[in-house]
Write a protein that binds this ligand. Sequence first.
Ligand code: R5P
Length: 310
Amino acid sequence: MREIAVFGGSSHPALTAEICAHLAVPQRPVLLKRFANDCLEVQLQSNCRERDVFIIQSLVRPVQEHLVELLLMADAARGASAARVNAVIPHYAYARSDKKDAPRISIGGRLVADLLVTAGVDRVLTLNLHSPQVHGFFSVPVDHLHALRELAGHFRQRDLSNAVVVSPDLGYAKSAAAFARRLGLPVAAGAKERVSDSEVHITAIIGDVAGHDVIILDDEISRGTTVFELLDRLREQGARSIAVACTHGLFADNALDKLAASDVTEIVCTNTAPLEAEHPKLTVLSVAPALAEAIRRIHDGESVSSLFDH
Ligand code: R5P
């Protein structure tokens, strides 16, 4: 069996360390330098030859820096004769650029997928892509995990006798329905239209939320624009209480503080992105055990599908 070699980029050292601890393997050292002309240089400081190399890098801000770092690490591993280069990308930021919905824009999700493959990535392990079609942007195998098991485990500790799961949009309704099935709950969804990065309209909610304890489920919270708009509709429709859950807690523009200051009962996310702030209303669930198990199975040639079955 080929030896496993795990390297981490600079985006999320805590998650890399946790994954290595679960795998019981050492984290291999990486030297990152910046030249006077602002270019980066990455040196993998451990033997890659004929190794099964895993590079862990979440595409979180500064996204472009972390992306180039990941590309350089993949290229370095390939150039050092790795047997296989696996990119572990807990949050794939460019997934939101998944369609040409305005003239003369790039489908960034597809471009970044091509860049990763060009850099030498043979396989991708990721979590909760913004939309399912992004999976198909990659010309190499992708293991696409979700965090529904972790999120459902958290909410099972709550009184769910009057609860309903609400997706902010129809695009995420299928995942919300899968989450609701795990909890034995009904599901509802918002009719959402995004006007810009900072403006969305939710004109209606399909399903019954009046008098219910709502669990909002989304793939990510960025500025919180979506969730704040949904909170308005839910209050208008008489929801009894509202909790918020997502996989990627990005919380740009102070979104965590703003959300915590609202009447939501709790905010639950995973650690696919590093969090700078804490709050008593916030619970962060770890995806390190799931990612470590997926890495082990990929390395051992075992099925990964049971980890992402809905
Ligand atoms: C969008 O379609 C996604 O599913 C999320 O709702 C969105 O990315 C969240 O972004 P924000 O918090 O900025 O509205």
